[in-house]
Design a protein around this ligand. Structure first.
Ligand code: SIN
Length: 309
């Protein structure tokens, strides 16, 4: 019998541990030509804000060795546009559906969460408190423990299903932000969003991204993300949805051993849009080879006695 890939993050159950990371998957339709979005354990669409956003000037991405920088600027159709034009299609994918929300103010997050609370097809919301590319909101909330706790707490008052807090690594102590999200009432911690960086065209004496900085993702950040997941797993009792440079089944199992209950894949989908299929089939094979019958047995199994801090 093949091993069970089913996972549980608190009350959120998924048929496998692979979620699509917000912003790398549109709202699913773009991916349909490559892969049935229903094969993922869960899908998380691009951040939705109350009003539509056109995003930043181009270029919005810069390739780097083993990764990329992005500064998209949260382009999205706005809450009403999403509800009308995208959500109906996403409902039919037959997998866990998580809506990622971003706002300039607490009230904006709360208003959207209140509306989604009425929408039974949405299994959970992910609060983007970690976008490094917007002048207001986003990461502003996620770099300050008090702001994180207040925001999550206000959303908690109006949203009854699971709340994911998506954390930024661009802080001195991510564990204090994780703990603030937990205090506020988050159910799941999603980490990490991108690392701030810049790309330079020295001949032109200009940065490649017009907004100067961007968020770095891809395999180059995996060791940094693993360390963040491992640290938070040791300090928090909440389940973790880990991410950061995951591109193979080995990477998935590394994150799970470090303490993630499930993972999000992102940048790899720009390179290999069908990556989820290979990852799922390799996961089954590796677990069978190891004699593991249930993938959840892998969570948090890293031996800390061998770990140097
Ligand atoms: C962006 O849209 O600029 C990136 C979003 C994010 O990193 O949360």
């Amino acid at each position: 019998m093949p091993p069970s890939l089913a996972v549980r993050l608190g009350s959120l159950e998924a048929k496998n541990p692979i979620f699509s990371a917000s912003g790398t998957f549109g709202y699913g339709e773009e991916m349909e030509a490559f892969v049935d979005p229903g094969v993922y354990g869960g899908i998380i669409g691009k951040s939705i804000s109350q009003l539509p956003r056109g995003g930043n000037p181009i270029p919005r991405v810069a390739e780097t060795p083993a990764g990329m920088l992005n500064s998209i600027g949260l382009q999205n159709p706005g809450f009403e546009g999403f509800m009308k034009d995208y959500l109906p299609r996403m409902r039919d994918y037959g997998t866990v559906l998580v809506v990622n929300l971003v706002g300039d103010t607490i009230d904006e997050y709360v208003e959207m969460a209140r509306r989604l609370n009425e929408e039974e097809a949405v299994d959970a919301i992910e609060l983007n408190i970690s976008c490094p590319n917007c002048p207001e909101g986003g990461m502003e909330f996620g770099i300050d423990p008090r702001a994180t706790e207040i925001l999550v707490g206000k959303v908690r008052e109006v949203y009854k299903r699971p709340i994911l807090a998506k954390l930024t690594p661009n802080v001195t102590d991510i564990c204090s932000i994780a703990s603030a999200a937990e205090q506020g009432g988050a159910d799941i911690l999603a980490l990490v969003n991108t690392y701030l960086g810049i790309a330079v065209d020295w001949r032109a004496r200009k940065t490649i991204l017009p907004g100067v900085t961007g968020g770095m993702s891809g395999p180059a950040i995996k060791p940094l993300a693993l360390r963040a997941v491992w640290s938070v797993a040791r300090s928090s009792s909440l389940p973790i949805l880990g991410m950061g440079g995951i591109s193979s089944a080995d990477d998935v199992l590394e994150f799970m051993a470090a303490g993630a209950s499930a993972v999000q894949i992102g940048t790899i989908q720009f390179v290999r849009p069908k990556a989820v299929l290979e990852i799922l089939s390799d996961l089954e094979r590796y677990l069978s080879e190891m004699g593991v019958t249930d993938i959840s047995e892998m969570v948090g199994t890293l031996h800390s006695d061998f770990v140097v801090r």
